[in-house]
Design a protein around this ligand. Structure first.
Ligand code: SF4
Length: 494
């Protein structure tokens, strides 16, 4: 009997085809950087949970290296010991289903010794799939022969403010799920049976659709959906955007390339435009782009921030997941073809926000449009103004000058190779192929920049590595603002 982890049962609830692929064709999986980052975040929150739930009195069951037998034996020993104490990552298995219980607390219920499970998530709210997740844990726990009187899910409270004293009391919010989970328990054996059948049998025929991205993005999207390359369509139908459900229906009807979808089947305006331009085979650039650029006075500022948003805040006065700017790049076009550059990056590990805000105010002067791509920069500057009221007037002066290039681009430009996306990373290779983000040797996207910063400020990072990360961070952020410069030039010359 092959072993099933709790996550595989959750995968099977999303899609039986997915759980088959996970077990039988794991080499096909492509986990995104976001998935890796989310996994790392989960671990970090888990460390805090151990502290909050009495880590000094309890025992952590190590499963390093995937050696299961010692973890199962240690858990059994701890759960049957006369000395009852919290257990972290208690490892239990029933009928080949393996679970690791984040927090297991000894309780007394109706005069009997029992246990309470707390599942810990890095999310900021309770989600429906969390209840199923807890049900699998509770089922294995009880079927393993241990009493269970309650089960809760703890998630991050994003209104928590860290005081800088190492005290994370209040970071986690508990939701008691005992009643909902106990109601689901009779159905769990059926979930397990279905998952097992899907793994053992041939690849289940499951149509693609909304379930491919909800509740989790499936790592096999490229295996089930038409994708570019390797004999796939040039313009995969998913590039039409819109609901995955509708896209899935088109795929089911045999349409793999955007150009194959009949125009009459498309009712959405954006999809119609993508379809029309893709069929025409050449970019559409409307006069509005040039007209927009021509009315921008000089000096023009092109601004981009990099931020971090740690789930467990480590600087005093900050909240979980708060977007904290750690770097900016600004190209300054004083006059046509007269370009300067300003930037800020502090890798001391001290909170850089105040110095960054002051540097920004100096770099941006008081006049001239400040160009950004999407409104993210606005929210970051507003966040700085809230953090430093004495700088608020100057920062508000900057927000009043912000000009978003994204809606202008969206309204006036589309190239078939953008495959339905107006992100700067999708637009740039179509207007400046030499600046494709994929050509960057180091950091290529925002998640990578955030990870690089956190690595750079880590006390154990060597000076040589830190300098290498500094160079990568500066190059990546500068690339972002240069991309906007090229976009504006492209529009001006159109
Ligand atoms: S991409 Fe969709 S159909 Fe394919 S395995 Fe994943 S969820 Fe199932």
């Amino acid at each position: 009997m092959s072993r099933l982890s709790k996550s595989r049962i959750m995968s099977s609830l999303q899609c039986l085809r997915r759980v088959h692929l996970e077990v039988n064709r794991p080499e096909l999986a492509r986990y995104s950087k976001q998935t890796e980052a989310a996994f790392a975040l989960g671990h970090e929150v888990g460390d805090i949970a151990v502290r909050l739930y009495g880590g000094d009195k309890g025992t952590y069951v190590d499963y390093a290296g995937g050696n299961l037998a010692p973890a199962l034996a240690q858990t059994r020993e701890l759960m049957t010991s006369l000395f009852r104490a919290p257990v972290f990552e208690a490892t239990l298995q029933h009928e080949g289903v393996l679970v690791r219980e984040d927090v297991l607390l000894p309780v007394a219920a109706e005069g009997q010794e029992s246990w309470r499970i707390v599942e810990v998530k890095a999310s900021t709210k309770l989600k429906p799939e969390h209840i199923h997740d807890c049900a699998v844990q509770a089922w294995v726990h009880r079927e393993s022969g241990y009493p269970l009187s309650a089960i809760a899910l703890a998630h991050i409270d994003n209104s928590f403010i860290y005081r800088g004293d190492g005290n994370y009391e209040g970071l986690l919010l508990e939701n008691d799920l005992t009643a909902q989970v106990f109601d689901l328990l009779p159905g769990v054996p059926l979930w397990v049976e279905k998952a097992r059948e899907a793994i053992a049998g041939p690849l289940p025929e499951v149509a693609v659709g909304a379930h491919c991205t909800k509740p989790y993005a499936c790592p096999f999207l490229h295996a089930c959906w038409p994708v570019r390359g390797n004999g796939g369509p040039e313009y995969p139908v998913s590039g039409l955007g819109g609901s995955r459900k509708q896209l899935g229906l088109w795929v089911m009807n045999g349409y793999r390339d955007i150009r194959e979808v009949p125009a009459a089947a498309i009712t959405n305006e954006t999809q119609s435009r993508i379809h029309r331009v893709t069929r025409a085979g050449r970019a559409e650039l409307l006069p509005g782009a040039r007209a927009f650029v021509e009315q921008l006075p000089f000096p023009r500022f092109y601004l981009d921030f990099e931020t971090i948003g740690p789930p467990v805040p480590f600087w005093a006065g900050t909240r979980p997941y708060q977007a904290l700017p750690i770097q900016y790049s600004c190209h300054v076009e004083r006059a046509p073809d007269v370009m300067e550059h300003a930037e800020f990056l502090d890798l001391s590990g001290e909170p850089p926000m105040r110095a960054l805000a002051e540097s920004l105010i100096r770099a941006l002067d008081t006049d001239g449009p400040v160009l950004m791509y999407t409104s993210y920069e606005r929210s970051v500057i507003e966040g700085l103004a809230a953090m430093f009221p004495e700088l608020a007037a100057s920062l508000q002066g900057i927000t009043a000058r912000l000009v978003d290039l994204a809606p202008v681009t969206r309204a006036n430009y589309y190239h078939p190779d953008m495959l339905g996306s107006w992100s700067i990373k999708a637009v740039l290779p179509t207007i400046a192929p030499d600046m494709d983000y994929a050509l960057l040797e180091g950091i290529q996207e925002g998640t990578g920049a955030s990870a690089a910063y956190l690595e750079a400020i880590h006390p154990e990072t060597t000076p040589a590595r830190k300098e290498s990360l500094r160079a990568e961070l500066l190059e990546y952020c500068r690339h972002d603002t240069e991309a906007m410069v090229r976009l504006v030039q492209f529009f001006a010359e159109s």
